[in-house]
Design a protein around this ligand. Structure first.
Ligand code: SF4
Length: 894
């Protein structure tokens, strides 16, 4: 197939909840060319660094291609019958609640729908929960308390129409980059637009901030309670809206008064006043919140504290205003639609409501139905640990890495009598405990729908053929259901599941429920294939033609009517949680170019180049007090366990706080599963774990030698006291440390005799192995953290031919004098490093655009623009009047 002749397919990015449209074109080498879909309303052609590198994640290396039962490959018939028999026998002996599914916001809606239908409607238990519990369950609970339904009122367009955007607990620049780019573009177009960032940490999102409020952790409720008091003042309070469309204002106000000590926030009076003033003076305000709000022991209260302020000012359901929850995963919203959480039924109905359970049971014609909430994620793994759950099916997620108290979760799974794991890769920290492994279709192979943060349903389309025996998750579930003797699972494809899902959303609805896509209840396979992205609601109309569907208002609550019994929104009286803390406060989160447990982004050299190692960001003064040096190794520990990561001294951290990324695990590092240290404390309403609020201690991790190496093959690192390995073009790059210098022999033994072998003063070592004109491996060992140019060495590893003169210089670990050393990678699309950007700035570039023109950095996906601006700012070459000249108005209490 010629690359030009190949047709591109419209699909959706499988990473974050922005839900960007992608144009994927098959390449002759089996890969994919990836571009942003200019017609998709979520991104209009933009992609971030993760989406843009999707083509590097589709190889079959490391894929799970066959079913496995008890350590042996097998066929589907045997694997599915084993699962069906074991689940049936467990249920027969111990009852429906002795089995559980733990699923994922990575599943497509059709997979999710079948999983939920099987567990709740046929097995008769609600023991199905999802990793979305870790992501946005507090938003769901907050919405339901306030609106009577899990409704996101607004749209992405509101972010561009707003005069003020308040970002709470949200590093949008790295976690929802295309939304961030849309806001940045809107601000560039309307410079008067104000951006307020509320976050204890200074993140890259600060780049577009007019105001940063580095509040104390978990003081968000106190902050928004104080704002509610201001909103209650005459001239600010929307009395007409409050009287006509809400309940509970006085109680919420009384609670806010009782909680109104601004000291709790740790913010200066000046900062608070600036925030209140911007909020109350501007009608068009959107408050965006994500994991910094949700992942808390008081996350639901924080959500309601935010919503209270929007209700008091009537700023909801109108263009450019409203509370807006940014979901973390590509299909967190689809999971909510089908009832993928243990406390929800399907189609936004309630397990606790007998009218709803009766309705769903009649629709499914099922033999039984769960009539009470099941076990939420933390409770579910507690039940696995204590033996109440005896058969567990995990799909598209890696709880041994991502769950709080991860070592305990691993021990629970390891001793569970029967564990099934459906995944696309052959090795994860969770798969090692599976009795049955089921090979699933990966992103570019599966077909179905996902829903993004603004309620927009888009198609993911199969572009590449199914490899090996891999099958869709819905197919696995439907086959097991049929083998368990259940009718109603004979689906011919995802379109039939989607149609049933749409029919259920409309079943006995008549406008009483927010989620209604009845217009698609008769969608054919062809129409499903051609489905354009659409926002719900999309109720059934008189026309049978999908193209004639008239979507009602794209915002909810335009008429001030909510989904509560009396049609009024509820103010919720909330109070700040009492601080509970010792040692250093541990915050966990994402980095720019990795996704979750790196099963996909870890395969991409581009994604791996930006941050190639797990790290602990710590304030320099805390590090100095603890005797921890920059770029050294640190041990973080508490009663639950310990991890070893690199130190990154940073003024972005508050004193007493540390940040560690959530991604690294045993496949990529020696001991970096940070969720081992996270306590399993949950929000009492939502059950969401407090993944950003654990306590740890820190101490230096002493080693005899620090090391760095590049190699064509992944090295055996069993001799290392510490390692972090990452893919790079042409092979692998490894940071490592040895507790005994003699261990170097074991590490390099497979390479044979070195072509260059230098041992310097203090035993520092540099060795190079060549394979003809190509670099085969290079190892550097030193008493201090190794100072060589990682990007230079990775480039040499990728080179087809190295000039013999250059080869002699490899042991220096740096390019020859007069050649630019790229430095740390900033722009992953074009492989541009920090030193190259600095050179461009020294050459006269004064804006991000000028840097882009000089060296291409930031001119593709734009995810690195914040970092480029930071380098510009550091070099202090930005001059007044430049095309992007803007001094950030940062008012902080520091
Ligand atoms: Fe994918 Fe990036 Fe878009 Fe998120 S912002 S959907 S990760 S391209």
């Amino acid at each position: 197939m010629s690359e030009k002749a190949a047709r591109s397919t419209k699909t959706t990015c499988p990473y974050c909840g922005v839900g960007c449209g992608v144009l994927a074109t098959p390449l002759a080498n089996g890969g994919l060319d990836i571009k942003g879909d200019p017609d998709h309303p979520a991104n209009f052609g933009r992609l971030c660094s993760k989406g843009a590198a999707l083509g590097q994640t589709v190889s079959l290396d490391g894929r799970l291609l066959d079913p496995w039962v008890n350590g042996k490959t097998t066929n589907w018939n045997h694997a599915l019958q084993t699962v069906a028999d074991r689940f049936s026998a467990t249920i027969a002996e111990h009852g429906p609640d002795s089995v559980a599914f733990y699923v994922s916001g990575q599943l497509l809606t059709e997979d999710y729908y079948v999983a939920n239908k099987l567990m709740k409607g046929f097995i008769g238990s609600a023991n199905i929960d999802t990793n979305s519990r870790l992501c946005m369950a507090s938003s769901v609970a907050g919405h339901k308390r306030a609106f009577g339904s899990d409704t996101v009122p607004g749209t992405y367009e509101d972010l561009e129409l707003a005069d003020v955007i308040v970002l709470v607990g949200s590093n949008l620049a790295w976690c929802h980059p295309v939304l961030y780019q849309r806001i940045a573009a809107a601000k560039a177009h309307r410079p008067d637009m104000k951006i307020i960032v509320i976050d204890p940490r200074r993140t890259m999102t600060m780049d577009i901030a007019d105001l940063h409020l580095p509040l104390n952790p978990d003081s968000d409720t106190a902050l928004f309670n104080a704002l509610l008091l201001r909103c209650a003042q005459p001239g600010v309070l929307n009395q007409r809206f409050v009287a006509a469309h809400t309940s509970g204002f006085e109680d919420a106000l009384a609670a806010a008064k009782a909680d109104s000590d601004p000291e709790k926030t740790g913010l200066s009076d000046q900062a608070l006043e600036a925030f209140f003033d911007l909020f109350v003076r501007n009608g068009r305000v959107v408050t965006v919140y994500s994991q910094g709000v949700n992942q808390s022991s008081a996350g639901t209260d924080k959500v309601n504290a935010i919503i209270n302020c929007h209700l008091a000012t009537g700023r909801i359901g109108k263009p450019g205003m409203g509370p807006f929850s940014a979901t973390g995963q590509p299909n967190a919203m689809g999971g909510r639609e089908v009832g993928g959480l243990a406390n929800m039924l399907a189609a936004h109905m309630e397990l606790a409501d007998p009218v709803h359970t009766d309705r769903v049971q009649r629709f499914w014609q099922s033999p039984r139905i769960a009539d009470r909430p099941g076990l939420k994620a933390v409770e579910l793994f507690d039940a696995v640990a204590d033996g109440r759950v005896k058969a567990l099916w995990i799909m598209a997620t890696n709880p041994v890495v991502s769950m709080p108290d991860a070592a305990r979760v691993e021990a629970a799974i390891a001793q569970c009598p029967f564990v099934v794991v459906s995944d696309v890769v052959s090795k994860t920290d969770t798969l090692r405990h599976a009795h049955v492994k089921l090979p699933s279709l990966a992103w570019a192979e599966k077909s179905g729908t996902v829903t993004n943060s603004e309620r927009r349903i888009s198609r993911q389309r199969g572009i590449l053929p199914a490899p090996g025996q891999a099958k869709a998750d819905w197919w696995q579930l439907a086959n097991v259901a049929q083998r368990m003797g259940f009718a109603g699972f004979d689906y011919v494809g995802p379109s039939a599941i989607f149609a049933e899902h749409a029919q259920l959303s409309a079943f006995e609805n008549d406008g009483s429920r927010d989620f209604d896509i009845g217009a698609y209840g008769a969608v054919s396979a062809d129409a499903f294939d051609a489905l354009e992205p659409f926002q719900w609601p999309a109720p059934k109309s008189s026309s049978a033609e999908l193209s004639a569907i008239k979507h009602p208002e794209k915002r909810f609550f335009v008429d001030g009517r909510f989904f509560t019994q009396d049609g009024k929104a509820n103010f919720v009286a909330v109070q700040s949680p009492a601080p509970r803390h010792y040692g250093l406060r541990l915050n966990t989160g994402r980095v720019r170019d990795h996704w979750h447990t790196m099963t996909r982004t870890g395969r991409s050299p581009r994604n791996s180049a930006h941050m190639a190692e797990p790290y602990c960001e710590i304030h320099p003064d805390d590090a100095a007090e603890l005797g921890i040096g920059d770029a050294c190794l640190v041990k973080l520990f508490n009663a639950q366990g310990d991890i070893i990561v690199r130190t990154l001294l940073s003024l972005a951290q508050k004193r007493g706080h540390v940040f560690v990324p959530m991604h690294w695990n045993d496949q990529w590092a020696s001991n970096a599963r940070v969720d081992k240290l996270v306590s399993a404390v949950t929000d009492p309403v939502s059950g969401q774990p407090a993944l950003k609020g654990s306590s740890v201690f820190a101490e230096p991790f002493s080693v005899a030698r620090f090391g760095f190496m590049v190699s064509r093959n992944r090295p055996d690192l069993s001799a290392c006291a510490y390692f972090a390995v990452a893919q790079c073009e042409g092979g692998w790059r490894t940071e490592f440390a040895l507790s005994d210098t003699a261990d170097l022999g074991k590490l390099v033994e497979p390479f044979g005799a070195a072509d260059v072998d230098m041992t310097g003063l203090g035993g520092d070592t540099r060795r190079v192995w060549m394979d003809g004109a190509r670099l085969s491996a290079a190892v550097f060992l030193a008493a201090e953290p190794v100072l060589v140019s990682r990007s230079f060495l990775c480039d040499q590893l990728a080179a087809d031919r190295i000039d013999p003169a250059q080869a002699a210089l490899l042991a220096a670990g740096r390019p020859a004098v007069g050649t630019v050393d790229k430095g740390a990678l900033v722009c992953s699309c074009f492989g541009v490093g920090a030193n190259e950007i600095a050179t461009a700035i020294e050459g006269g570039c004064q804006t991000v655009q000028a840097v882009g023109r000089a060296c291409q950095a930031g001119t593709n996906c734009g995810s690195c623009k914040s970092e480029i601006r930071q380098i510009l700012s550091k070099t202090k070459t930005q001059t007044a009047g430049g095309e992007e000249d803007r001094e950030p108005l940062v008012i902080a209490a520091e």
